[in-house]
Design a protein around this ligand. Structure first.
Ligand SMILES: C=C(O[C@@H]1C=C(C(=O)O)C=C[C@H]1O)C(=O)O
Length: 246
């Protein structure tokens, strides 16, 4: 059998999944690459891989997209690694720089600014542009919260806005995947989550950031009904934004 090609996120949020995959037999059946989230999305969209831990905002761009695992990157409220960092309070943000690593959180920032905070903001992807605020995700945010006048945790703000948890990235395939493989894949992911203690031992301790709290509490990994509901709602808000900007 040809190996199934998989792109996973190269951040700490995915370490438990990687532990599970590399400590299971399934590692011999897959071709695993670690990428920044926007590249995971690009690889699934262009069919360079079969499955990706893909930013959910990119799902509409994947022909035959289907979620193949019971696990995801999610939170229920604050996640502590998906931020709008700002020099001004949110009701004064006029310009915001997006994060080139991100697909989901860039859109989440747009959704929250428009529908939750009701702010008219112009967005840029130019990393050299001076802006009132910017999106930053993943490990690059660890311990940075105190460096900015304002730090808005977007998991927390989504919960304030909708009362729902959130799903940032899901294991999405661009083709039918055999059920036997999905079962084995799920078991490997679960094995990794069950061994977060070992994962934590392998990670260097960080100043100003509680990795234990991050992997056990802030991040939530189950694809629950509420998280699916949140995904549907989030994608419908993105569609609404796209209509507005036409
Ligand atoms: C919680 C996170 O979730 C992520 C955010 C993503 C995005 O914004 O596109 C994609 C994958 C996840 O890594 C994070 O990166 O900190």
């Amino acid at each position: 059998m040809n190996k199934i090609k998989i792109s996973a996120v190269a951040y700490t949020n995915t370490k438990a999944f990687i532990y599970g995959l590399t400590h299971s037999d399934i590692i011999n059946k897959i071709d695993l690459s670690l990428d920044i989230p926007s590249d995971c999305a690009a690889k699934v969209i262009s069919n360079q891989v079969d499955i990706g831990l893909m930013p959910v905002a990119a799902i509409p761009y994947v022909p035959n997209a289907n979620i193949v695992a019971d696990y995801c990157i999610g939170s229920d409220g604050a996640v502590n690694s998906v931020f709008i960092f700002s020099h001004v309070p949110v009701n004064e943000i006029k310009t915001l720089r997006l994060d080139a690593h991100s697909r989901t959180s860039n859109n989440l920032a747009k959704v929250l600014l428009k529908f939750h905070w009701e702010q008219e903001v112009s967005f840029t992807t130019d990393q050299n542009e001076e802006t009132d605020a910017f999106v930053l995700i993943g490990d690059r945010t660890f311990g940075k919260k105190e460096d900015f006048a304002y730090a808005y945790d977007m998991g927390e703000e989504w919960k304030n806005f909708t009362g729902l948890p959130f799903m940032y990235a899901a294991w999405v395939a661009n083709k039918e995947i055999p059920q036997a493989f999905k079962d084995e894949f799920n078991a490997a992911l679960k094995f990794g989550l069950d061994h977060r203690k070992e994962v934590l031992q392998e990670l260097p301790a960080l100043p100003n950031f509680d990795l234990d709290d991050y992997l056990y509490h802030k991040l939530q990994f189950e694809v629950t009904d509420d998280r699916k509901k949140a995904l549907k709602l989030f994608l419908s808000y993105i569609e609404e934004l796209e209509k507005v900007s036409l």
